[in-house]
Design a protein around this ligand. Structure first.
Ligand code: G6P
Length: 608
């Protein structure tokens, strides 16, 4: 979702801005633009479509001289994707220019007021109110004008701003949208995310809400909304740019699918010590774990699907009631908070607007919040009471794979820890679980070996109109994620259904040749799922089943079978999801689609 880059230093800015924006492409966008100070005025280029168009238009930035500038990739919210709605946005005099990520919620009220004062709006964006407001308040002091604007606007924003009067500075501010500042020997930078600037520096400042920054070639000055100077400490990024590059793979998604054994291993192994699950960052005493009465898991998208699995596991293993909710629902549903409730927010990016709002909602009601987060130093990581990191490394493809797998691993550890402390499993059961948990990375590797087989199968379904994923219990949770993976990158309509529920309406959509992917890894309900397979087969469905090794008799019922290695039923998701991810990938590839950057989607959804 919208990406921002800014640079001021001794190198030409435009190529650096374009390069930085290319590293943010994964966030999702539909137009792009840059503005630079060329020595006498601010010049701008912006176009609808891929960054490549802007790159060609400016000959890789060469046609835009100047050593300071700001750039933006836009994911349309207010106003359709177009050249005019693309950022940056100028004021009439071309003396102030702005890029913005987020949504200004009171923009229409502000727009009316500004129009009454004679400001003319050229775009349909909410962002344009910012540039006119800045013009209204600007009296020679940029920081003072930015402060005033911040007090007037409601909503979320990360801003990059340039003032023609101050050619040796660029400015930025944030509230509820991510923004970082990078310090390097060749100048200073701002960006929405680390990959955009990692080529130039590892020294990064995370901006907090309602902070302003002024960058020159040599200096970085932070201010709060009252204009008071702030002292902030930089953080050193310890991962490498290679981790955010494709490294020989055709797509980030495939690379990240292949990185799953490592992501899971890295998440598990530091927390398994001498036969114990040690999660120091949980910050809970055994007493507090014993007295936890309820857990609420809150997340969006695939992280929510990991949460659905988490519910089955935490309830099953640790016998704690677990609610699982979509963050966008939770934040407005006025939930009942009981004493002894633990809220768990799951998020890859740590910046998802609804998840962050849900976190604040829970904390405001005195509920302890644990974040399960992948991006170190992200907003959710910083605002949660405690944070358990998933060590998946940077994930670039919009369709999440390795972060999801690492989230599952974190939930397994948590459930085992709670179960052990609450004595809801025996020492022997715990030891068995631990053995199976440690085997997961190599079992994932084994499943990755079937990629050609899955590709061949996927190629048969490139022209499908719709599909179903069915399962019971944890198999239902796997179905949710398998179905989402497929639809988000292949654009084939797909639904996940609790297998027993299908007959209450949806089965009317099953006809001759409809592909139904049936998950049958849960022994307890295996025979029930087989009955559901028979039901869809009778209506003409073609069934691909995913089940455990040893269930070869399923071949009498299903048309195509994928076997997963033996593991504890609680952990089946980690294995069964692999063929489903590969299936989605190869269907998308076969249909010639943009696997890593599916239409309309954003990696990090920083608006409501
Ligand atoms: C977007 C992504 C999904 C992701 C969801 C939640 O919709 O495309 O892949 O699952 O956001 O993101 P988070 O960063 O909070 O896990």
């Amino acid at each position: 979702m919208c990406g921002i880059v800014g640079y001021i230093g001794d190198k030409q800015a435009a190529p650096i801005l374009l390069d930085g924006l290319s590293k943010l492409e994964y966030r999702g966008y539909d137009s792009a633009g840059i503005a630079v100070f060329d020595g006498s005025r601010i010049i701008m280029e912006k176009v609808m479509g891929r960054l490549k168009v802007l790159d060609e238009l400016t000959e890789g930035g060469k046609t835009m001289p100047g050593i300071s500038g700001i750039g933006h990739t836009r994911w349309a919210t207010h106003g359709s994707p177009s050249d005019t709605n693309a950022h940056p946005h100028f004021n009439k005099e071309h003396s102030i220019v702005v890029v913005h990520n987020g949504i200004i919620e009171n923009y229409s009220k502000l727009k009316k007021k500004l129009e009454r004062k004679g400001y003319e709006f050229v775009s349909e964006t909410d962002t344009e109110v910012l540039v006119h407001l800045l013009t209204e308040y600007y009296d020679g002091n940029p920081v003072a004008a930015i402060e005033k604007v911040m007090r007037r606007v409601e909503g979320s924003y990360a801003l990059g701003i340039m003032f023609k009067d101050h050619p040796h500075h660029i400015y930025a501010a944030r509230k509820d949208s991510p923004l970082i500042v990078g310090q390097s020997s060749m100048g200073n930078l701002i960006a929405s995310d680390v990959p955009a600037i990692l080529k130039y520096t590892r020294s990064v400042y995370y901006m907090e809400n309602e902070e302003i920054v002024c960058l020159s070639k040599e200096n970085i000055r932070f201010y709060n909304i009252d204009g008071e100077a702030l002292v902030k400490e930089p953080v050193t990024i310890d991962w490498d740019i290679d981790a955010a590059e494709k490294g020989g793979y055709e797509h980030f998604m495939l690379k990240e699918i292949y990185e799953q054994p490592k992501a899971v291993r890295d998440t598990i192994s530091p927390r398994l010590k001498n036969g114990e699950v040690v999660i120091e960052e949980l910050g809970m005493t055994d007493e507090e774990i014993r007295h936890t009465r309820k857990i609420i898991i809150i997340a969006c998208g695939s992280a929510y699907h990991a949460g659905v699995t988490g519910k089955y596991i935490l309830e099953g293993m640790a016998r704690i009631p677990v609610e699982v909710d979509l963050a966008s629902e939770f934040r407005y549903r006025n939930p009942i908070y009981e004493e002894g409730t633990l809220a768990i927010i799951i998020s890859q990016s740590g910046e998802t607007a609804d998840s962050l709002a849900a976190l604040r909602e829970a904390r405001n009601h005195g509920v302890r919040v644990l974040g399960i987060v992948n991006v170190v130093g992200s907003s959710i990581a910083r605002e949660a009471d405690n944070v358990m990191y998933t060590w998946a490394g940077p994930e670039i493809s919009v369709a999440t794979t390795k972060a999801y797998s690492a989230q599952l691993a974190a939930l397994y550890l948590l459930a085992m820890k709670f179960a052990k402390v609450r004595e809801t499993i025996t020492q022997e059961e715990f030891a068995e679980l631990q053995k199976d948990l440690e085997k997961i990375p190599e079992q994932i590797e084994q499943l990755l070996g079937m990629k050609e087989k899955i590709q061949r199968f996927a190629n048969r379904y490139l022209a499908a109109d719709h599909m179903f994923f069915i399962g019971r219990g944890i198999d239902y949770a796997i179905s949710l994620e398998g179905s989402l993976k497929l639809k988000e990158i292949s654009y084939i309509h797909s639904e996940a259904y609790a297998a027993g529920e299908l007959k209450h309406g949806t089965i009317s959509l099953v006809e001759e040749g409809t592909l139904v992917v049936a998950l049958a890894t849960q022994e307890k309900v295996y025979s029930k799922t087989i009955s559901n397979i028979v039901e869809v087969k009778t209506r003409g469905a073609f069934v691909m089943a995913v089940t455990n090794e040893g269930h070869e008799e399923i071949e009498k019922t299903a048309d195509y079978v994928i076997y997963i290695p033996k593991t504890n039923a609680y952990f089946a998701n980690s294995l069964a999801i692999i063929p489903l991810q590969l299936f989605a990938y190869y269907v998308s590839l076969g249909r010639g689609l943009d696997v890593d950057k599916p239409r309309n989607l954003a990696k990090s959804v920083t608006v409501e």
